[in-house]
Design a protein around this ligand. Sequence first.
Ligand code: PLP
Length: 423
Amino acid sequence: MSLSETLFQEAQKYIPGGVNSPVRACKSVDATPLFIKKAEGSRITSVEGASYIDYVLSWGPMILGHAHPDVTEVAVAAAKKGASYGAPCEAEIDLARAVCHALPTVEMVRMVNSGTEATMSALRLARGYTGRNKVLKFIGGYHGHGDPFLASAGSGVATLAIPGTPGVPADVVAHTLLAQYNDLEQVKAHFERHGDDIACIIVEPVAGNMGLVLPKPGFLEGLREITRQYGALLIFDEVITGFRVDFGGAQKRFGIQPDLTCLGKIIGGGFPVGAYGGRRDIMQRVAPCGDVYQAGTLSGNPVAMAAGTCTLELLSRADYAGLEQRTQALVAELKSIFAEKSVPVVINQIASIFTIFFTQTPEIVDFPTASTADSARYTRFYAHMREKGVYLAPSGYECAFLSFAHSDRDINITLEAVRSAQL
Ligand SMILES: *Cc1c(COP(=O)(O)O)cnc(C)c1O
């Protein structure tokens, strides 16, 4: 038994499933997780001492590569000055200012500790601000594990959603409306029926949790228009896309102005941070400025703020266009390798994100089309790539990410590994 396997058994004695977040258990690819010893640049190293080219990047945050020397240095320096104060510190202003400067629609921002907290808080604020109850989300969209977001449709347009997990009261998700991603007609139908009680639409402006799915031209514009028309708020969940698809997020790239934005992942530089922000008149409803309560003992943590600020500062000067070109080149090579192998594939890509769907379906535009991907083939692909030293997400419904630390050599090794795959 490998050391990772031994540790996994030990972990399962004390931690449900041996992991602190479910996908890490690698169940859907029939594997056991690697336990990680350290990570640097584009590479992570398992407890066995094996090094892998990492396309997971902690599920997105490590866009500068692991253990970036500058980020590490400021985090260590901050920790030496005390891990937490529970009182205001200047580092909170630095990160808030950096976020507001980067994202033009964010006039004020509140720091929290995770993406989940950001979306839960933004929803409460939207409800408080509009005095309405319902939230519209998209099937296959993920907004953290808050109760109202854990709803899935039985089929088609479900007006009354059913909870996607035990433990969520049906009454809670009764206020969650579901539509297919990229389907404005379904959105319109909901607004025609419930328009006066819909507080907000929450959407990943580029969907990243059913694999990567891009918004069709006009989709985000349509959401902006219909929310304006009915007096509902538009919330962009940019937990993945913020500082990833562009320094200014998807809202900058697509030129859409949401009312509220949720952030996470990259803004903490690898430390636990989330944030929600947006229009000043809405954000001023947040306590203690306003009446919508939301709080956090460790929120605005000085170590996380310092790491986040340093990360954004480095990213503000980073070559996003160059990283995108490298990703496009990698994806083009992947497509030609799969074509040579006669393996049917759709690869969705934007900026430094891509997902390989093993499918005959010509276009992956929503959850039903994403679900046509062959998971058995992905399982074989995952195992082969891991064997060859390439670390991919242990599920076909996830994204692969490149960082600024991935080298041409990393990419060539990756392509060589794909060439030798028997799928
Ligand atoms: C990861 C993610 C979240 C949840 O963030 P956590 O930090 O895991 O709570 C929310 N929304 C999107 C789009 C995400 O990808």
